[in-house]
Write a new protein. Sequence first.
Length: 370
Amino acid sequence: MRGWRLALLLLAVAILVGLSGFYILSGGFRSAPATLTVYTYSSLFKYGDDPNATYDAVFGAFERQHGVKVSVKYFTDAGDILPALISEKNAPRADVVVGLTPVMVAKAKAEGVLQPYSPSGIGKVPTELVGELDPDHYATPYEFGLLALDVDGSFLNETVYPGLSSISYQELSKPPLASTLIVENPATSSVGQDFLLSTIVFYDRVLHEDWRSWWSSARGYVKVTPGWDEAFNIFTSADTRYHMVVSFATDPAYSAYFNYTMYQTIIPKHEGKMYGWLEIYGIGVVKGAPNEALAKAFVDWFIGDAVQAQVPLNEWMYPASSTVKLPDVFKYAIDPKDVFPLNGLVPPAELAQSLPQWLEDWQFIMAGSY
């Protein structure tokens, strides 16, 4: 009797094993799809007509093509990303990082948190952009633009401040202009950091003067915010004290596209020439990425035409790919070809090496202790 029961039990086990094998072979018990983790700034592709549709075109389409999941971790500012990568360097969580400036790339290389990768579409990216961001390909440009000053349209009236459209860095640091200016904190904002660098390089390499004089003059007058979002919100608010904000030279295109007429954009001049800071943002593969092959595929995808075409009307920057046609509304932007790029006067590695001391000096100045 016991033998009969044992035989039935063995038969049942065999049937279960067989069914399980059939289920697996027919597609059951499939493993979960791989997850690509992307670190980026909070405003990435958020300024178009339909941010949700843009997100799907950039990340959703990649998910569908590769049968994976994309997890995007947003940081308040691009400047917050690098510290996170450094803190995780012994056990990386991210696969890809989006939003690296040349100075950030130089520091990331020194910290060993990126790995070089030359994507398949690199031939469409101008060599000067690649060289300015990183000629060793630890990051690849995906967009670029110029820093500029957005100015309240009414404040441009000649009766308010004659010659504002040809303002110099020197005039910008003194009343009455400095008391109307909003700048981003260079210790917490990539935009603020690049504006600080623009004043340093302009004073040091063009005027051959001490850059600290600009900030010593502006201290107590300029409004300092943690990041670009906060600065722009104050600029566009009902607060009537602030008429200028450090922003981007493509903002007139953004304003025209959405039928905003409240501000215009200028870049400081010296002896009739505009001197600006060329913002270049890159994408890179994290060293030790949990999904390295997938990360490289995503970099290929990101500088491909499908994603690059999303840049102008959603990031309001110039796409790095030279094959993407600009929308007509970009005729309202300040053309980078008309501006002398201060970046070209100092290598990114030198800027990255000196930046900690410059930030310390800046903090002392703004605290009134320098």
